[in-house]
Structure formats: structure tokens, C-alpha cells
Write a protein that binds this ligand. Structure first.
Ligand SMILES: Cc1cc2nc3c(=O)[nH]c(=O)nc-3n(C[C@H](O)[C@H](O)[C@H](O)COP(=O)(O)OP(=O)(O)OC[C@H]3O[C@@H](n4cnc5c(N)ncnc54)[C@H](O)[C@@H]3O)c2cc1C
Length: 414
């Protein structure tokens, strides 16, 4: 089977890239070893995060470092045995999180963040998936007056970005979320983002649109990728497929393919969990709420209330460790009436992260017809459609809506 473009990986990044390339007239094959949208793109918190104009950086205040050093926090935890291996990546992340470097990363990501909702809207409309998308933003909640007061000044410091938000004291917050307990003293309601009640179904829906428009979705192992003199080839379950162009969009598994081709990019993995809980006594959440200190998000999903955790630094192959989820659940139950867990086991996801807080989008430096789109860290659901657009413009040779230079693979020594 011959195509013009093969895309490896049917998560939000691969599916969005496929839709954009198809819209430009290419015959596209999308390859995954599993079903579309079942990996990292399934289990996230569902935020299309238009308000995240500052990337998720390494904390640099002494008090935070001390807190994390004890490894008893809910928002970040680590496996001690993993730290020696992770140290070079953590040091680089630390350096890129210095104020001037962070400003630079924020400026580089802004053109993508600014368009994230509009780009999703187009796919949602075309695929008739409005039932999965809410447009009421999400609420950041605080359990101490001190933390709430700092959050208010932090939010006001973002004025130059033109973000819409409401500052809510306890009573105002409970008008919007009546079942939040009095442990919560206030919140910042971010109004620009949209939120998704079933991220996996959204990606599946985008993929169905791709198929309805004539796209092919095939099962196969991306690690069989080979370059011939003129083409790229994959051994799919349906036979050999070839194309002159191939896109690697394998999220956290992208290194399985790019390292074999000689690239050594510094991708680190931040693990994260989720667990669903039954709604109790007709209570529900109207908006996702994020407890920043606890590092978790509670979102009303189709499967129940989903609690997603913050960051766990551990090897990809380390066993699931329920400690972080248990710490979060304890705080969450004081905030909102959660019922029994729905899932037998917590879900574990891998955020693919580069230390400079930007993805790689664009051509592979040393291989003709090889393209990259991975490393979207905490914001892959947010950025899928907009990054798919940018990549498709680069492949088609159109003038890109923003400069792709900040996301170039060549910024790393590989
Ligand atoms: C707990 C948690 C909460 C999050 N919350 C949010 C949020 O609220 N908002 C947000 O924007 N982002 C969030 N994220 C981040 C977001 O989920 C990811 O950045 C995004 O899903 C990455 O998408 P992807 O398409 O790159 O990877 P994936 O979704 O992992 O897709 C990669 C695909 O490649 C396939 N694949 C892998 N290896 C092979 C192979 N050898 N052969 C064939 N196929 C293969 C997989 O089956 C998979 O389908 C969160 C992440 C976590 C873990």
C-alpha cells in the first residue's frame, strides 16, 4: 500500500496532524499498535488549557525545594532509585526554569497556546463532538488565605496576556460549585479554557472524522520503520506500507523510533495517575477544579469524577505506586464528596517532556522525509490541533502561521 504520508501514533498529536495533512490533500495513513486515543491522550485531566501561558517549570524557591526534598508531598513525588539517572535532565530543566529562560519559553509557546481553543473548535464542530466539550473554564482552588492572596496577585500579574478570569472568595466560589467544602477559601476561575468530559472519546471522534474523509487507520508497530532509497516503509498488520514522508507522533514512546535513527533528544517522562470515583448523593462538579498545592485536578468525566495527579519522577518501567494518588485522595475527600473508586487499578500515564518546556515539531535534521511532532508534556491535549496545523504547513511548504524555529529538533545536540 502506498500513501503520501505515514503518521506513527494515533494519540491527540498524531490524529490532529493526520486531519490537517488530509485537509491539504495528502493521502495519509495513521498507524498505531493499539486503538486511537487509548494511551496518554485517554487519561488526562481534559483541560484545553488556554490560560497556561507560563509553562510548567521546575520550582526554584528554597522553601519549595525543601518541601519536595522530603518526598512527602502530594503534587510531586519521586523514586529515590531513579534520581541518579534523572539528574542531568533535572539540571537542564532547572536551568531552563530560571526567570529569563522561562520568559523565553513562555514567549515561544504563546502562539500555540493562543490558538489552542480555536483549533479544537474547528475539529469539534466538524466531527459533531460538542457533547464532550464544555466552555465554562476551570477553577483553581486554595485552602489557605495566604495561598489565595498570592494566587490573586499572580493572576493579576498576567494582565498583559489578556486572560479572562474571576477572583472568587469562599461564598462566591460555592455559588459556582455548591458542593465544595468550607476547607476551600477561594478560587481563581479561568474562563478562556474549554474542558473535555471524555478525552479518549474526543480523540476517537477526531479519528472517525479522518476515516470518514477517506483516511486509513492501520495497526502496526512503528519500530518496524525503515528507510529505502526513496521511501519510508512500515510492516503493518495489513501488509507493507510505504510513503515518501513519515511523521513520528508516538508521544512518550517516540524515542523507540528516533533513537534507532541516531537521534538522542533529552526527553524525560513525568508520570501521572488518574482514578475515577462515583458521584455521591447527586453531587457533581460543574467545572474541573485544580488544587494547586495538592497538585491534582478533579473533573466530572463521563466515567465519574476523575482525579488526576501531578508529577511522579520514576522510571517508565517502575511498578504503579498508589502513594501519590492516596495522598491526593485524602485531600480531595476533604474538598468534595467523592464516592467509591470506579476503577480496579489506577491509570498511569507518561507525559513526554523536554527540559526547555517546548515540543519538537518539524523536520528531522538528518533524514529526508522524516518529521517529528512529540514532547507536548503537560499540554498535549491542548496543543494537538494547533501543532498538527503547524506541522502540516511545514510539510506542505506553506508559510507557517508562526515561526517553527523555537520547536526545531536542531536546538538539541543529538
Ligand atoms: C495525569 C495527566 C494529566 C494530563 N492532563 C492534561 C490536560 O488536562 N490537558 C492537556 O492538554 N494535557 C494533559 N496531559 C498531557 C497530555 O495527555 C499528553 O501531552 C498527550 O496526551 C500526549 O499525546 P500524544 O499523542 O503525543 O501521545 P499518546 O496519547 O501517548 O499517543 C501516542 C500513540 O502512539 C502509540 N504507540 C506507541 N508506541 C507505538 C509503536 N511502537 N507502534 C505503534 N504505535 C505506538 C500509542 O499506542 C499511542 O496511541 C496530561 C497527562 C497526564 C499523564
Amino acid at each position: 500500500m502506498q500513501f503520501q504520508i505515514i503518521i506513527l501514533g494515533a494519540g491527540i498529536i498524531g490524529v490532529s496532524s493526520a486531519l490537517h495533512l488530509q485537509a491539504k490533500g495528502y493521502q495519509v495513513a495513521l498507524i498505531d499498535k493499539a486503538s486511537p486515543g487509548k494511551s496518554t491522550s485517554y487519561g488526562n485531566a481534559g483541560l484545553i488549557e488556554r490560560s497556561s501561558v507560563i509553562p510548567y517549570s521546575f520550582p526554584r524557591e528554597f522553601t519549595s525545594l525543601l518541601r519536595y526534598g522530603l518526598n512527602r508531598q502530594a503534587d510531586v513525588r519521586y523514586n529515590f532509585s531513579f534520581l541518579p539517572k534523572a539528574t542531568p535532565w533535572l539540571l537542564s530543566y532547572w536551568n531552563h526554569s530560571a526567570p529569563a529562560a522561562l520568559d523565553k519559553a513562555a514567549a515561544a509557546m504563546l502562539p500555540l497556546i493562543e490558538r489552542c481553543v480555536a483549533e479544537h473548535d474547528q475539529f469539534v464542530e466538524a466531527a459533531k463532538l460538542n457533547r464532550f466539550v464544555k466552555d465554562q473554564g476551570w477553577i483553581e482552588i486554595f485552602r489557605s488565605e495566604k495561598a489565595f492572596s498570592k494566587a490573586k496577585s499572580d493572576a493579576l500579574a498576567l494582565t498583559k496576556y489578556g486572560l479572562a478570569f474571576d477572583l472568587l472568595d469562599g461564598p462566591a466560589l460555592r455559588e459556582r460549585e455548591p458542593h465544595l467544602s468550607h476547607t476551600v477559601v477561594g478560587g481563581v476561575h479561568w474562563l478562556d479554557p474549554k474542558t473535555v468530559t471524555n478525552p479518549g472519546a474526543l480523540v476517537e471522534g477526531y479519528c472517525s472524522l479522518f476515516k470518514e474523509r477517506g483516511g486509513k487507520v492501520l495497526h502496526g508497530d512503528a519500530r518496524t520503520l525503515k528507510q529505502t532509497s526513496t521511501h519510508w516503509r512500515i510492516d503493518s498488520h495489513n501488509g507493507v506500507i510505504t510513503a515518501p514522508e513519515v511523521v513520528v507522533a508516538l508521544g512518550p514512546q517516540s524515542p523507540d523510533v528516533y533513537t534507532k535513527l541516531g537521534y538522542r533528544f533529552p526527553m524525560g517522562i513525568k508520570r501521572g495517575y488518574h482514578q475515577h470515583y462515583r458521584n455521591l448523593n447527586n453531587t457533581s462538579l460543574q467545572h474541573p477544579v485544580c488544587d494547586t498545592k495538592g497538585g491534582f485536578v478533579l473533573s466530572q468525566m463521563d466515567m465519574g469524577i476523575r482525579l488526576t495527579t501531578g508529577v511522579e519522577l520514576a522510571s517508565e518501567t517502575d511498578a504503579v505506586n498508589a502513594i501519590q494518588l492516596e495522598r491526593c485522595e485524602k485531600i480531595a475527600r476533604n474538598i468534595f464528596p467523592l464516592g467509591e473508586p470506579v476503577d480496579v487499578e489506577p491509570w498511569l500515564g507518561l507525559r513526554p517532556c523536554f527540559p526547555d518546556m517546548k515540543p519538537i515539531i518539524g523536520p528531522a535534521p538528518d533524514h529526508k522525509g522524516l518529521w517529528f511532532n512529540f514532547g507536548h508534556a503537560h499540554h498535549g491535549l491542548t496543543l494537538g490541533p494547533v501543532c498538527g496545523r503547524l506541522l502540516s504547513e511545514m510539510i506542505a511548504g506553506d508559510s507557517p502561521f508562526t515561526s517553527p524555529t523555537p520547536y526545531s529538533a536542531s536546538r538539541f545536540k543529538y
